[in-house]
Design a protein around this ligand. Structure first.
Ligand SMILES: Nc1ncnc2c1ncn2[C@@H]1O[C@H](COP(=O)(O)OP(=O)(O)OP(=O)(O)O)[C@@H](O)[C@H]1O
Ligand SMILES: [Mg+2]
Length: 241
């Protein structure tokens, strides 16, 4: 079976005036369907740039970017936007919830973007909020919630349209250890779910044991990819933490 994500020779530079700064310098990476795949590495090494390219919010300068069978570099901007709306869920460090909407309305956004009716979207959003343990907060606004609860709303929003790919940028760094662990458990597919691939960028060794594999980036390249067992040994982490 071909991998869900295949990146080869991926390069990206940013230009500021006359200065061009290479940020991704030839990324090779394959991620299989259903993997919980972590990307780690020092600040500024290109992690956010990399995941922005693999979900199509940023375009690569060169290389192959195959995601869920789509060659993202060959698609028009409209098709990439459509691809993202159908296939990708996002979770960010600072939750990125819209404060003027209720939790239910926030979670319903991906379904509305797919053209589902307001009523159908609200019903599915309410069910998803129940699944993440927030049945009582459906009609409240995000600012009444704790950080962990806000991140659970954000996860409900990422999962509600059952995307094949979830992309998370530092999902636990604003949370305490136990809440961070609960958030990671919610991201792992349950038996009744559609298979999904989860990419997590993180600085947080407390959650490394949730990874199936970990890619270590350094200065714009993937230095090595470790299995869970290798990663736990390498970073001296016990599987129970
Ligand atoms: N839009 C942009 N324009 C110019 N430079 C950028 C842009 N986005 C990122 N960069 C630069 O690219 C490099 C990599 O940034 P990126 O955000 O991918 O790093 P990161 O690994 O996610 O870091 P962190 O762990 O701090 O979030 C940095 O030097 C950053 O300044
Ligand atoms: Mg980043």
């Amino acid at each position: 079976m071909s991998p869900d994500i295949h990146l080869h020779g991926l390069k990206k530079s940013f230009r500021s005036g006359d200065v061009i700064t290479p940020v991704l310098k030839g990324i090779d990476l394959d991620v299989s369907c259903g993997e919980m795949f972590f990307i780690v590495g020092p600040s500024g090494c290109g992690k956010t740039t990399l995941i922005s390219i693999l979900c199509g919010t940023l375009s690569a300068d060169s290389g192959e970017v195959m995601v869920l069978g789509h060659d993202l570099r060959s698609l028009s901007q409209n098709r990439v936007t459509e691809f993202r709306a159908q296939n990708v869920g996002f979770v960010f460090q600072q939750f990125n919830l819209i404060p003027t909407l209720t939790n239910c309305e926030n979670v319903a956004i991906p379904l509305r973007l797919q053209g589902k009716s307001a009523r159908e979207s609200r019903q599915a959003a309410a069910l998803m909020l129940e699944r993440v343990g927030l049945a009582e907060k459906i009609n409240e606004r995000p600012n009444k919630l704790s950080g962990g609860q806000q991140q659970r709303v954000a996860i409900a929003r990422a999962l509600v349209h059952q995307p094949a790919l979830i992309v998370c940028d530092e999902p636990t760094s604003a949370l305490d250890s136990e809440t961070g662990s609960q958030v990671m458990e919610l991201l792992r597919p349950q038996s009744q779910d559609k298979p999904r691939t989860v990419i997590v960028v993180t600085h947080d060794p407390r959650i490394y044991h949730h990874a199936d594999r970990i890619a270590e980036m350094e200065d714009g390249v993937v230095r090595r990819t470790l299995s869970q067992a290798e990663a736990l040994r390498t970073f001296g982490i016990s599987p129970q933490t």
